[in-house]
Design a protein around this ligand. Structure first.
Ligand code: 6GU
Length: 250
C-alpha cells in the first residue's frame, strides 16, 4: 500500500518509523511518503494561511499550496495499479472513523492524507481534489484536535495492522474490541496470584481450568458485560443483530 501525507509538520509523522508500522515500511508492505506543504508555497515566507473572508477568528489554509501539493502527490504516485489515491482529510466535521472504515481502507492500494491546521482548508481545495480523486473527510470523534496529524497516525496504524503480514498472529485481529460489535474481554498473565501491593488478586479460576469451552463462554460474557457498561450504544446495535440474545438488560 502506498501512503502520502501532506502536512506543515512533517516531523509529526516521525512515529511512523516505529514498531509495527516501521517494520512494515522496512519490509516494503507500506510505501510511505511525507510531504511538507510549505515546499509548495513559493513566496519568501512559504505562506500557507491567510485571514478568513467574512471575518472571524483564526486563519484559513490557502488553496494554491494545497492544489500544488495534491497535484504533486498524484504525479509522484500514479501507477497502472492505482491511477489516483483515496484522499482522506482529517477533521472534526468528518464521518466518524471506525474499524469498518479501517477494513475498507485496508483494501485500497493508495491512500493520501491532507493534514489541515488552523481553522481549516479553503473549501475550494475539496472541490479541486474531488474532481481528481475520491475524497473523504474523516473524524476520530467528537472533540477538536489542533490538526490532522494525530488523526493520520491513528488511521494509518488502524489500517496498516490489518494488512497481510503486519500483525504476526492474524488470530489476534479477530477477537479484539470492535470486531463483532463487542469490546474485548479482560486478559491476564502470570503470576496467578499477585499480591505485591498487599491486596491478593487472583486470575479468574476458569482461565486456569483447562476447560476451553468454559473459557470461551466466560470471555463472551465478559465482552457483553463490558459493552453494556461502557458502550451501551454498541450494546444496542449488537442486540439488534443477535449478539446479545442471552442478555438480561435491566
Ligand atoms: Cl480527524 N482532526 C481534527 N483536527 N480534529 C479532530 C479530528 C480530526 N477528529 C476529532 N477531532
Amino acid at each position: 500500500m502506498r501512503l502520502d501525507v501532506v502536512s506543515i509538520f512533517p516531523e509529526y509523522l516521525a512515529p511512523l518509523d516505529l514498531s509495527l508500522i516501521g517494520k512494515a515500511r522496512r519490509e516494503g508492505v507500506l510505501d510511505l511518503h511525507v510531504h511538507d506543504l510549505r515546499g509548495f508555497a513559493h513566496d519568501r515566507h512559504h505562506t500557507v494561511d491567510d485571514t478568513p473572508f467574512g471575518g472571524g477568528a483564526g486563519m484559513v489554509m490557502k488553496p494554491e499550496p494545497w492544489a500544488e501539493a495534491l497535484d504533486h502527490v498524484l504525479d509522484a504516485g500514479a501507477t497502472e495499479g492505482a491511477p489516483v489515491p483515496h484522499l482522506l482529510v482529517p477533521g472534526p466535521g468528518g464521518v466518524p472513523f471506525s474499524q469498518a472504515m479501517a477494513h475498507a481502507l485496508a483494501e485500497e492500494p493508495w491512500l493520501a492524507f491532507a493534514c489541515g491546521r488552523y481553522e481549516g482548508i479553503d473549501e475550494r481545495v475539496y472541490e479541486h481534489a474531488a474532481e481528481r480523486m475520491p475524497v473523504t473527510v474523516v473524524s476520530l470523534g467528537d472533540y477538536v484536535l489542533g490538526g490532522g496529524e494525530v488523526a493520520v497516525l491513528a488511521v494509518v496504524e488502524a489500517v496498516a495492522r490489518l494488512l497481510p503480514g503486519v500483525v504476526g498472529n492474524a488470530e489476534s485481529l479477530v477477537e479484539e474490541s470492535h470486531e463483532g460489535g463487542l469490546l474485548e474481554y479482560p486478559v491476564y498473565t502470570r503470576p496467578a496470584l499477585w499480591d505485591d501491593d498487599g491486596t491478593p488478586r487472583e486470575v479468574p479460576a476458569v482461565l486456569r481450568s483447562g476447560d476451553h469451552a468454559a473459557v470461551a463462554r466466560w470471555r463472551q460474557e465478559q465482552r457483553v458485560a463490558r459493552t453494556v457498561a461502557r458502550r451501551p450504544d454498541l450494546a444496542a446495535a449488537s442486540a439488534a443483530v443477535g449478539g446479545l440474545e442471552d442478555l438480561q438488560v435491566r
